[in-house]
Design a protein around this ligand. Structure first.
Ligand SMILES: C[S@@+](CC[C@H](N)C(=O)[O-])C[C@H]1O[C@@H](n2cnc3c(N)ncnc32)[C@H](O)[C@@H]1O
Length: 325
């Protein structure tokens, strides 16, 4: 693997481990999991213009980086085309150099729900598992953490993040294009771990929870957000749905627990306390079709005659967040 991007990834890993002290072995051997062909594909797309000086970044519900004056019109047109090549843009929204990136998810809704329940983030070492474009990392950066490491193996999302932070140059955040399984389970490395929208995609959710517990410092917090289901009537023991093929058209959803079952998983994984932050159905305002994705969105994944059910007849998505330590 010797593409420019693989060298970039290695350099980025070195930067992360040197800036984010104490993580020296976390990326050991993980570069083998990267696809040189895919890296080369994205490398061909990336022609980001050099950015002189400081580009103003305003972090709010929309993460605004630069404005129309940051680039000349020609460069902005090129950037627009590159941003479109990086579709699907799932998590946001962003405004970059005056270009509105209206992502499929209005991720500020989740962030604003969870924010009042979070432990203090200032000065903390944090991991965001499945960080996508890095939207939440930007929101975390607002709190002056020691650092936030984001990981996500989907290369389009990695290059989205790289494009955004090419302009914002926030140095308390860093991202690696690897999945959690490829990351060395360095013990007691993080004060806070965010694991949002990940657990139901795991074939072995308990293994993931145990791994995350080990990676937390004693007393550290796991912010766990995931799909849950209501306990079906007439069953007294904690229930877990295991979708047969797809759930809301997603082929890789393995288990959706009730809150009670989720609490039990956390206890088995070694967490001693667990507080519920929120439990809300996903709405069509939060996840919707925009020009920044080419596929369908939630409105097509629900039963057209009964929005309380998915197209497969399962209960429609409800998401809960728990803070466990
Ligand atoms: C449903 S999205 C959740 C994104 C974001 N955390 C949120 O809550 O909005 C799941 C993300 O997990 C990423 N992902 C898939 N497999 C992963 C793995 N093994 N380790 C880490 N992230 C993974 C996907 O690329 C995707 O960005």
């Amino acid at each position: 693997m010797n593409t420019l991007s693989s060298i970039y990834v290695k350099t980025e890993h070195q930067k992360i481990t040197s800036v984010f002290g104490g993580l020296t072995s976390i990326f050991e051997g993980c570069e083998q999991a990267l696809s040189p062909t895919l890296l080369a594909k994205y490398e061909g797309i990336m022609t980001l213009p050099p950015v002189d000086g400081i580009v103003m970044t305003a972090i709010g519900d929309t993460v605004v980086i630069g404005d129309k004056t940051t680039l000349n019109e020609g460069s902005r047109d090129v950037l627009l085309q590159e941003l479109k090549t990086l579709k699907p843009w799932r998590k946001g929204p962003f405004q970059l150099c005056g270009i509105d990136i209206d992502t499929e998810w209005v991720s500020s809704i989740k962030w604003n729900r969870i924010l009042p329940h979070l432990p203090a983030l200032t000065g903390k070492k944090m991991l965001d598992v499945g960080c996508s474009s890095g939207y939440y990392m930007f929101r975390m950066a607002e709190h002056q953490p020691a650092f936030v490491l984001g990981i996500d193996p989907t290369l389009a999302f990695y290059f989205q993040y790289r494009t955004l932070n090419h302009f914002s140059k926030i140095n308390s955040i860093g991202m690696s294009p690897i999945g959690i399984q490829a990351l060395k389970p360095v013990q007691k490395a993080f004060d806070v771990i965010f694991c949002m929208g990940i657990l139901y995609h795991q074939k072995h959710p308990l293994d993931l929870l145990k791994q995350l517990k080990k990676m937390l410092v004693p007393g550290g917090s796991l912010v766990l957000e995931t799909l849950i289901m209501d306990q079906p009537e007439g069953h007294s023991y904690p229930w877990v749905l295991s979708p047969k093929k797809t759930y809301a058209m997603m082929p890789n959803v393995y288990y959706i627990p009730t809150i009670q079952a989720l609490n039990e998983w956390l206890e088995i994984a070694g967490f001693q306390t667990c507080k519920r932050a929120f439990c809300e159905p996903t709405t069509l305002d939060e996840q919707r079709k925009t020009d920044w994705i080419d596929s369908y969105s939630l409105d097509r994944f629900l039963d057209p005659n009964d929005a309380s059910k998915t197209i497969e007849g399962y209960p429609a998505p409800i998401r809960a967040a728990l803070i466990a330590s």
